[in-house]
Design a protein around this ligand. Structure first.
Ligand code: URP
Ligand code: ZN
Ligand code: ZN
Length: 460
Protein backbone atom coordinates (compact mmCIF):
# COMPACT_ATOMS: atom_id res chain seq x y z
CA UNK A 1 0.00 0.00 0.00
CA UNK A 2 1.40 3.43 -0.90
CA UNK A 3 0.03 6.79 0.18
CA UNK A 4 1.01 10.27 -0.91
CA UNK A 5 0.04 13.07 1.48
CA UNK A 6 0.05 16.38 -0.36
CA UNK A 7 0.04 19.99 0.81
CA UNK A 8 0.41 19.36 4.51
CA UNK A 9 2.11 21.36 7.20
CA UNK A 10 4.41 19.06 9.10
CA UNK A 11 4.75 19.81 12.78
CA UNK A 12 7.30 17.94 14.84
CA UNK A 13 8.81 18.61 18.24
CA UNK A 14 11.36 20.86 16.49
CA UNK A 15 10.23 21.72 12.98
CA UNK A 16 7.32 23.33 11.18
CA UNK A 17 7.39 23.12 7.37
CA UNK A 18 5.28 22.54 4.24
CA UNK A 19 5.99 19.26 2.53
CA UNK A 20 4.57 16.15 0.94
CA UNK A 21 5.05 12.72 2.48
CA UNK A 22 5.31 9.42 0.66
CA UNK A 23 4.44 6.22 2.51
CA UNK A 24 5.32 2.75 1.32
CA UNK A 25 5.29 -0.61 3.11
CA UNK A 26 4.30 0.77 6.52
CA UNK A 27 7.14 3.35 6.56
CA UNK A 28 7.69 6.94 5.57
CA UNK A 29 9.87 6.59 2.50
CA UNK A 30 10.16 10.18 1.27
CA UNK A 31 9.52 13.72 2.48
CA UNK A 32 9.81 16.60 0.02
CA UNK A 33 8.11 19.48 -1.71
CA UNK A 34 6.13 18.62 -4.87
CA UNK A 35 6.62 14.85 -4.71
CA UNK A 36 5.22 13.35 -7.90
CA UNK A 37 5.48 9.65 -7.08
CA UNK A 38 2.58 7.45 -8.10
CA UNK A 39 0.55 6.23 -5.13
CA UNK A 40 -2.47 4.01 -4.60
CA UNK A 41 -4.00 6.61 -2.32
CA UNK A 42 -3.54 10.38 -2.41
CA UNK A 43 -4.58 12.52 0.57
CA UNK A 44 -4.89 16.28 0.30
CA UNK A 45 -3.87 17.67 3.70
CA UNK A 46 -4.44 21.34 2.88
CA UNK A 47 -5.20 23.27 6.05
CA UNK A 48 -4.20 20.36 8.29
CA UNK A 49 -1.21 19.74 10.51
CA UNK A 50 0.71 16.54 9.99
CA UNK A 51 1.98 15.22 13.31
CA UNK A 52 3.50 11.93 14.45
CA UNK A 53 0.91 9.56 15.94
CA UNK A 54 0.37 9.93 19.66
CA UNK A 55 2.16 7.58 22.06
CA UNK A 56 0.33 6.90 25.32
CA UNK A 57 2.69 5.13 27.70
CA UNK A 58 0.22 4.57 30.52
CA UNK A 59 -2.89 2.49 29.85
CA UNK A 60 -4.63 -0.39 31.61
CA UNK A 61 -6.67 -2.40 29.10
CA UNK A 62 -8.59 -5.40 30.42
CA UNK A 63 -6.77 -4.95 33.71
CA UNK A 64 -7.72 -6.66 36.96
CA UNK A 65 -8.24 -3.89 39.53
CA UNK A 66 -10.12 -4.04 42.84
CA UNK A 67 -11.98 -7.27 42.07
CA UNK A 68 -13.17 -6.21 38.63
CA UNK A 69 -11.68 -5.71 35.16
CA UNK A 70 -11.22 -2.42 33.35
CA UNK A 71 -13.96 -2.09 30.76
CA UNK A 72 -11.86 -1.49 27.64
CA UNK A 73 -10.08 -4.50 26.21
CA UNK A 74 -7.20 -4.21 23.78
CA UNK A 75 -9.58 -3.94 20.83
CA UNK A 76 -12.02 -1.33 22.12
CA UNK A 77 -9.33 0.61 23.99
CA UNK A 78 -6.88 0.83 21.12
CA UNK A 79 -9.66 1.72 18.67
CA UNK A 80 -10.69 4.58 20.95
CA UNK A 81 -7.04 5.60 21.21
CA UNK A 82 -6.84 5.76 17.41
CA UNK A 83 -9.94 7.97 17.18
CA UNK A 84 -8.12 10.34 19.48
CA UNK A 85 -4.91 10.33 17.41
CA UNK A 86 -2.91 7.83 19.50
CA UNK A 87 -1.27 5.11 17.42
CA UNK A 88 0.90 3.38 20.06
CA UNK A 89 0.24 2.45 23.64
CA UNK A 90 2.33 0.96 26.39
CA UNK A 91 0.14 -1.04 28.73
CA UNK A 92 0.84 -2.63 32.10
CA UNK A 93 1.16 -6.37 32.49
CA UNK A 94 0.54 -7.21 36.17
CA UNK A 95 2.44 -10.00 37.90
CA UNK A 96 0.17 -12.04 40.18
CA UNK A 97 1.74 -12.93 43.51
CA UNK A 98 4.06 -15.88 43.11
CA UNK A 99 3.92 -15.78 39.32
CA UNK A 100 7.04 -15.65 37.14
CA UNK A 101 7.10 -12.39 35.19
CA UNK A 102 7.78 -14.37 32.02
CA UNK A 103 4.40 -16.11 32.49
CA UNK A 104 2.73 -12.77 33.12
CA UNK A 105 4.09 -11.45 29.86
CA UNK A 106 2.68 -14.41 27.94
CA UNK A 107 -0.76 -13.76 29.43
CA UNK A 108 -0.65 -10.10 28.36
CA UNK A 109 0.64 -10.93 24.88
CA UNK A 110 -2.41 -13.15 24.43
CA UNK A 111 -4.81 -10.46 25.66
CA UNK A 112 -3.28 -7.92 23.30
CA UNK A 113 -3.61 -10.00 20.14
CA UNK A 114 -6.80 -8.12 19.28
CA UNK A 115 -5.21 -4.66 19.49
CA UNK A 116 -5.76 -2.38 16.52
CA UNK A 117 -2.74 -0.13 17.08
CA UNK A 118 0.77 -1.05 18.15
CA UNK A 119 1.43 -1.86 21.78
CA UNK A 120 4.25 -2.51 24.18
CA UNK A 121 4.32 -3.47 27.85
CA UNK A 122 5.68 -2.39 31.17
CA UNK A 123 5.77 -5.10 33.83
CA UNK A 124 4.13 -4.43 37.21
CA UNK A 125 6.25 -6.31 39.71
CA UNK A 126 4.61 -7.44 42.93
CA UNK A 127 7.22 -10.02 44.06
CA UNK A 128 10.90 -10.03 43.23
CA UNK A 129 13.06 -12.23 45.43
CA UNK A 130 16.81 -12.10 44.87
CA UNK A 131 16.74 -15.43 43.03
CA UNK A 132 14.32 -14.13 40.37
CA UNK A 133 16.15 -10.92 39.45
CA UNK A 134 17.60 -12.51 36.33
CA UNK A 135 14.00 -12.93 35.04
CA UNK A 136 13.98 -9.16 34.65
CA UNK A 137 16.93 -9.36 32.25
CA UNK A 138 15.09 -11.94 30.17
CA UNK A 139 12.03 -9.77 29.57
CA UNK A 140 14.19 -6.70 28.97
CA UNK A 141 15.70 -8.66 26.07
CA UNK A 142 12.15 -9.22 24.82
CA UNK A 143 11.49 -5.49 24.78
CA UNK A 144 9.85 -4.91 28.15
CA UNK A 145 12.29 -2.25 29.27
CA UNK A 146 10.42 -0.70 32.20
CA UNK A 147 9.01 -2.06 35.47
CA UNK A 148 6.25 -0.48 37.51
CA UNK A 149 6.39 -0.70 41.29
CA UNK A 150 3.77 0.41 43.78
CA UNK A 151 4.53 2.13 47.07
CA UNK A 152 0.77 2.01 47.79
CA UNK A 153 -1.95 -0.66 48.13
CA UNK A 154 -0.43 -2.74 50.95
CA UNK A 155 -1.15 -6.45 50.66
CA UNK A 156 -2.13 -6.12 47.03
CA UNK A 157 0.43 -4.36 44.86
CA UNK A 158 2.76 -2.61 47.31
CA UNK A 159 6.41 -3.63 47.46
CA UNK A 160 8.70 -2.86 50.38
CA UNK A 161 11.79 -0.66 50.15
CA UNK A 162 14.11 -3.67 49.92
CA UNK A 163 12.27 -5.02 46.88
CA UNK A 164 12.15 -1.57 45.32
CA UNK A 165 15.86 -1.14 45.86
CA UNK A 166 16.69 -4.57 44.44
CA UNK A 167 14.59 -4.00 41.34
CA UNK A 168 16.11 -0.55 40.83
CA UNK A 169 19.63 -1.96 41.07
CA UNK A 170 18.84 -4.66 38.54
CA UNK A 171 17.13 -2.18 36.22
CA UNK A 172 20.17 0.08 36.44
CA UNK A 173 22.30 -2.82 35.24
CA UNK A 174 20.10 -4.26 32.50
CA UNK A 175 19.13 -1.11 30.62
CA UNK A 176 15.61 -0.70 31.96
CA UNK A 177 14.13 1.57 34.62
CA UNK A 178 11.47 1.71 37.29
CA UNK A 179 8.16 3.52 36.82
CA UNK A 180 7.04 4.38 40.32
CA UNK A 181 3.54 4.69 41.72
CA UNK A 182 4.60 6.96 44.54
CA UNK A 183 2.20 7.21 47.47
CA UNK A 184 2.87 6.20 51.06
CA UNK A 185 0.58 3.17 51.24
CA UNK A 186 1.07 2.55 54.96
CA UNK A 187 -0.03 6.01 56.07
CA UNK A 188 -2.91 5.99 53.57
CA UNK A 189 -4.12 2.66 54.89
CA UNK A 190 -4.31 4.06 58.44
CA UNK A 191 -6.22 7.13 57.23
CA UNK A 192 -8.62 4.97 55.20
CA UNK A 193 -9.37 2.71 58.18
CA UNK A 194 -9.96 5.75 60.41
CA UNK A 195 -12.31 7.33 57.86
CA UNK A 196 -14.34 4.15 57.44
CA UNK A 197 -14.52 3.63 61.22
CA UNK A 198 -15.85 7.19 61.49
CA UNK A 199 -18.58 6.47 58.93
CA UNK A 200 -16.93 8.64 56.28
CA UNK A 201 -17.66 6.54 53.22
CA UNK A 202 -18.51 8.97 50.39
CA UNK A 203 -16.31 9.11 47.28
CA UNK A 204 -14.60 12.34 48.38
CA UNK A 205 -12.93 10.44 51.24
CA UNK A 206 -10.92 8.61 48.61
CA UNK A 207 -9.08 11.92 48.10
CA UNK A 208 -9.15 13.06 51.71
CA UNK A 209 -7.42 9.86 52.86
CA UNK A 210 -4.64 10.18 50.28
CA UNK A 211 -3.06 13.54 51.15
CA UNK A 212 -0.62 15.48 48.95
CA UNK A 213 2.16 14.69 51.40
CA UNK A 214 1.66 10.94 50.96
CA UNK A 215 2.66 11.42 47.34
CA UNK A 216 5.47 13.88 48.03
CA UNK A 217 7.05 11.63 50.68
CA UNK A 218 7.02 8.61 48.39
CA UNK A 219 8.43 10.59 45.49
CA UNK A 220 11.24 11.84 47.71
CA UNK A 221 11.93 8.33 49.07
CA UNK A 222 11.91 6.73 45.64
CA UNK A 223 14.34 9.35 44.33
CA UNK A 224 16.63 8.61 47.28
CA UNK A 225 16.41 4.86 46.61
CA UNK A 226 17.11 5.35 42.90
CA UNK A 227 20.07 7.53 43.75
CA UNK A 228 21.51 4.87 46.05
CA UNK A 229 20.86 2.22 43.40
CA UNK A 230 22.46 4.42 40.74
CA UNK A 231 19.42 3.91 38.52
CA UNK A 232 17.07 6.10 36.48
CA UNK A 233 13.57 6.69 37.81
CA UNK A 234 10.29 7.64 36.17
CA UNK A 235 7.44 8.83 38.39
CA UNK A 236 4.03 7.99 36.96
CA UNK A 237 0.88 10.10 37.27
CA UNK A 238 2.35 13.08 39.18
CA UNK A 239 -0.57 14.93 40.71
CA UNK A 240 0.82 17.54 43.10
CA UNK A 241 3.10 20.54 43.18
CA UNK A 242 4.81 19.04 46.23
CA UNK A 243 5.80 15.89 44.32
CA UNK A 244 6.84 17.94 41.32
CA UNK A 245 9.17 20.04 43.47
CA UNK A 246 11.08 16.91 44.52
CA UNK A 247 11.40 15.85 40.89
CA UNK A 248 12.59 19.33 39.87
CA UNK A 249 15.13 19.37 42.66
CA UNK A 250 16.49 15.97 41.63
CA UNK A 251 16.74 17.08 38.01
CA UNK A 252 18.54 20.27 39.09
CA UNK A 253 21.13 18.01 40.67
CA UNK A 254 21.49 16.22 37.34
CA UNK A 255 19.84 12.98 38.45
CA UNK A 256 18.07 10.86 35.81
CA UNK A 257 14.61 11.43 37.28
CA UNK A 258 11.58 11.88 35.03
CA UNK A 259 7.87 12.40 35.47
CA UNK A 260 4.58 12.29 33.67
CA UNK A 261 1.27 13.86 34.48
CA UNK A 262 -2.19 13.15 33.09
CA UNK A 263 -4.96 15.37 31.65
CA UNK A 264 -7.17 14.76 34.70
CA UNK A 265 -4.64 16.35 37.04
CA UNK A 266 -4.32 19.34 34.71
CA UNK A 267 -8.05 19.88 34.26
CA UNK A 268 -10.10 18.25 37.03
CA UNK A 269 -10.05 18.65 40.80
CA UNK A 270 -11.22 17.29 44.15
CA UNK A 271 -14.44 19.26 43.60
CA UNK A 272 -15.43 16.63 41.05
CA UNK A 273 -15.32 13.99 43.77
CA UNK A 274 -17.93 15.98 45.67
CA UNK A 275 -20.54 15.67 42.91
CA UNK A 276 -23.95 14.56 44.26
CA UNK A 277 -25.75 11.23 43.72
CA UNK A 278 -22.57 9.21 43.93
CA UNK A 279 -21.35 10.87 40.69
CA UNK A 280 -18.09 11.61 42.50
CA UNK A 281 -17.25 7.91 42.04
CA UNK A 282 -16.62 8.63 38.36
CA UNK A 283 -13.54 10.55 39.49
CA UNK A 284 -12.13 8.01 41.94
CA UNK A 285 -8.65 7.32 40.64
CA UNK A 286 -5.22 7.21 42.19
CA UNK A 287 -3.41 9.40 43.12
CA UNK A 288 -6.62 11.34 43.66
CA UNK A 289 -7.72 14.56 42.02
CA UNK A 290 -6.31 17.48 43.99
CA UNK A 291 -7.15 21.06 44.88
CA UNK A 292 -7.27 23.31 41.80
CA UNK A 293 -4.13 25.19 42.86
CA UNK A 294 -1.97 22.29 41.67
CA UNK A 295 -3.15 22.51 38.07
CA UNK A 296 -1.15 25.54 36.91
CA UNK A 297 1.92 24.23 38.75
CA UNK A 298 1.71 20.99 36.78
CA UNK A 299 1.39 22.95 33.53
CA UNK A 300 4.52 24.84 34.60
CA UNK A 301 6.23 21.50 35.19
CA UNK A 302 5.46 20.61 31.57
CA UNK A 303 6.63 24.01 30.33
CA UNK A 304 9.94 23.75 32.17
CA UNK A 305 10.52 20.08 31.33
CA UNK A 306 10.46 18.99 34.94
CA UNK A 307 7.63 16.78 33.68
CA UNK A 308 8.48 15.32 30.29
CA UNK A 309 5.27 13.89 29.01
CA UNK A 310 1.52 13.51 29.30
CA UNK A 311 -0.06 10.07 29.46
CA UNK A 312 -3.62 9.11 30.39
CA UNK A 313 -3.53 6.31 32.99
CA UNK A 314 -6.58 5.11 31.06
CA UNK A 315 -8.24 2.62 33.40
CA UNK A 316 -12.00 2.76 32.75
CA UNK A 317 -14.82 1.27 34.80
CA UNK A 318 -18.48 1.64 33.89
CA UNK A 319 -20.35 3.84 36.32
CA UNK A 320 -23.53 1.77 36.44
CA UNK A 321 -22.03 -1.69 36.72
CA UNK A 322 -18.62 -1.17 38.25
CA UNK A 323 -18.21 2.11 40.11
CA UNK A 324 -21.44 1.36 42.01
CA UNK A 325 -19.74 -1.61 43.70
CA UNK A 326 -18.60 1.06 46.14
CA UNK A 327 -21.90 2.88 46.59
CA UNK A 328 -21.90 2.29 50.35
CA UNK A 329 -18.13 2.46 50.85
CA UNK A 330 -15.58 4.44 48.82
CA UNK A 331 -12.86 1.84 49.47
CA UNK A 332 -14.72 -0.58 47.19
CA UNK A 333 -14.94 1.79 44.20
CA UNK A 334 -12.57 0.49 41.50
CA UNK A 335 -9.77 3.05 41.10
CA UNK A 336 -9.34 4.50 37.65
CA UNK A 337 -10.88 6.62 34.93
CA UNK A 338 -11.16 6.72 31.14
CA UNK A 339 -9.15 9.06 28.91
CA UNK A 340 -7.16 7.33 26.16
CA UNK A 341 -9.30 8.97 23.45
CA UNK A 342 -9.13 12.50 24.84
CA UNK A 343 -5.46 13.14 25.55
CA UNK A 344 -4.45 14.93 22.35
CA UNK A 345 -7.63 16.98 22.19
CA UNK A 346 -7.46 18.14 25.79
CA UNK A 347 -3.77 18.99 25.78
CA UNK A 348 -4.04 20.74 22.41
CA UNK A 349 -7.04 22.81 23.44
CA UNK A 350 -6.00 23.67 26.98
CA UNK A 351 -2.30 23.70 26.16
CA UNK A 352 -1.83 25.18 22.69
CA UNK A 353 -5.08 27.10 22.18
CA UNK A 354 -4.94 28.57 25.66
CA UNK A 355 -1.31 29.62 25.23
CA UNK A 356 0.31 27.36 27.83
CA UNK A 357 2.53 25.38 25.47
CA UNK A 358 3.75 25.73 21.88
CA UNK A 359 2.71 23.44 19.07
CA UNK A 360 6.16 21.85 19.16
CA UNK A 361 6.01 21.23 22.87
CA UNK A 362 2.59 19.67 22.45
CA UNK A 363 3.91 17.20 19.85
CA UNK A 364 6.83 16.49 22.12
CA UNK A 365 4.66 15.84 25.18
CA UNK A 366 2.17 13.52 23.51
CA UNK A 367 4.35 11.72 20.99
CA UNK A 368 8.09 12.36 20.68
CA UNK A 369 9.13 12.39 24.35
CA UNK A 370 7.14 9.26 25.24
CA UNK A 371 8.66 7.47 22.24
CA UNK A 372 12.16 8.55 23.29
CA UNK A 373 11.70 7.81 26.96
CA UNK A 374 10.34 4.32 26.34
CA UNK A 375 12.68 3.10 23.62
CA UNK A 376 10.51 3.58 20.56
CA UNK A 377 12.19 6.54 18.87
CA UNK A 378 12.64 7.19 15.93
CA UNK A 379 10.41 4.30 14.89
CA UNK A 380 7.56 6.13 16.65
CA UNK A 381 7.22 9.77 17.64
CA UNK A 382 8.85 11.14 14.48
CA UNK A 383 8.00 12.27 10.98
CA UNK A 384 11.17 11.12 9.27
CA UNK A 385 12.25 8.89 6.43
CA UNK A 386 12.46 5.34 7.79
CA UNK A 387 10.06 5.94 10.68
CA UNK A 388 6.84 3.95 10.94
CA UNK A 389 4.13 5.78 9.03
CA UNK A 390 2.09 6.59 12.14
CA UNK A 391 0.67 9.93 11.20
CA UNK A 392 -2.21 12.09 12.33
CA UNK A 393 -3.74 14.72 10.10
CA UNK A 394 -4.87 17.22 12.69
CA UNK A 395 -7.51 19.82 11.94
CA UNK A 396 -6.77 22.83 14.16
CA UNK A 397 -10.20 24.32 13.54
CA UNK A 398 -12.36 21.25 14.18
CA UNK A 399 -14.62 21.78 17.19
CA UNK A 400 -16.26 19.15 19.26
CA UNK A 401 -17.84 18.60 22.63
CA UNK A 402 -16.58 15.60 24.53
CA UNK A 403 -19.36 13.23 25.57
CA UNK A 404 -19.95 9.59 26.50
CA UNK A 405 -22.68 9.66 23.82
CA UNK A 406 -20.11 10.01 21.07
CA UNK A 407 -16.82 8.67 22.42
CA UNK A 408 -15.50 5.26 21.40
CA UNK A 409 -14.22 4.06 24.76
CA UNK A 410 -16.21 1.19 26.23
CA UNK A 411 -17.41 3.09 29.24
CA UNK A 412 -20.72 4.76 30.06
CA UNK A 413 -19.42 8.17 31.15
CA UNK A 414 -16.76 10.72 30.37
CA UNK A 415 -14.78 12.58 33.00
CA UNK A 416 -14.79 15.50 30.54
CA UNK A 417 -18.50 15.43 29.67
CA UNK A 418 -19.42 18.77 28.09
CA UNK A 419 -15.84 20.01 27.61
CA UNK A 420 -15.65 21.86 24.28
CA UNK A 421 -12.37 21.55 22.42
CA UNK A 422 -11.03 23.04 19.20
CA UNK A 423 -8.59 20.90 17.20
CA UNK A 424 -9.05 17.25 16.37
CA UNK A 425 -7.77 14.16 14.61
CA UNK A 426 -9.19 14.10 11.08
CA UNK A 427 -7.32 11.16 9.57
CA UNK A 428 -5.22 8.64 11.47
CA UNK A 429 -2.64 6.46 9.76
CA UNK A 430 -1.03 3.54 11.56
CA UNK A 431 1.92 1.80 9.89
CA UNK A 432 0.87 3.12 6.50
CA UNK A 433 -2.81 2.22 6.80
CA UNK A 434 -5.62 4.73 7.17
CA UNK A 435 -7.52 3.44 10.18
CA UNK A 436 -9.67 6.48 10.96
CA UNK A 437 -10.97 8.87 8.34
CA UNK A 438 -13.31 11.73 9.18
CA UNK A 439 -14.87 9.88 12.07
CA UNK A 440 -15.11 6.57 10.21
CA UNK A 441 -13.38 3.42 11.47
CA UNK A 442 -11.41 1.57 8.78
CA UNK A 443 -9.03 -0.56 10.83
CA UNK A 444 -9.21 -4.25 11.60
CA UNK A 445 -9.15 -6.14 14.85
CA UNK A 446 -5.72 -7.64 15.53
CA UNK A 447 -3.73 -5.41 13.16
CA UNK A 448 -1.70 -3.91 16.03
CA UNK A 449 1.81 -5.27 16.48
CA UNK A 450 3.87 -5.86 19.60
CA UNK A 451 6.52 -3.19 20.11
CA UNK A 452 9.82 -4.59 21.25
CA UNK A 453 11.30 -1.56 22.96
CA UNK A 454 14.94 -0.50 23.12
CA UNK A 455 16.82 -0.19 26.37
CA UNK A 456 16.95 3.08 28.28
CA UNK A 457 19.38 5.61 26.85
CA UNK A 458 18.45 8.70 28.82
CA UNK A 459 17.52 10.70 25.76
CA UNK A 460 14.61 12.79 27.10
O1 URP B 1 -6.52 4.79 39.69
C1 URP B 1 -5.68 4.34 38.93
N1 URP B 1 -4.70 5.10 38.54
N2 URP B 1 -5.78 3.08 38.50
C2 URP B 1 -4.84 2.41 37.72
C3 URP B 1 -3.69 1.86 38.49
C4 URP B 1 -2.60 2.86 38.72
O2 URP B 1 -2.24 3.10 39.85
O3 URP B 1 -2.04 3.41 37.76
ZN1 ZN C 1 -0.28 3.92 39.53
ZN1 ZN D 1 -1.97 3.45 35.97
Amino acid sequence: MSILIKNGRIITDEKDFQSDIYIEDEKISDIGVGLSLGAEHIIDAKGLYIIPGGVDVHTHMEAPVGGTISSDDFETGTRAAAFGGTTSIIDFATQSHGQKIRETLDIWWKKAEKAVVDYGFHMIVTDMPEADLKDMDEIVREGVTSFKLFMAYPGVLMTDDATIFRVMQQAGKNGSFVCMHAENGGAIDVLVKQAVAGGKKDPVYHALTRPDTAEAEAVYRSIALARMADAPLYIVHVSTYDALEHIAEARDRGLPVYGETCPHYLLLSIDDLKRPDFEGAKYVLTPPLREKRHQEKLWQGLQRNNLQLVSTDHCPFCFQEQKTIGREDFTKIPNGGPGVEDRLHLTYHHGVNEGRISLHRWVELVSTAPAKMFGLYPRKGAIAVGSDADIVLWDPSKEHTISAQSHHMNVDYSMYEGFSVRGGAETVISRGEVIVDKGKWLGEKGRGKYLKRDQYTGRV
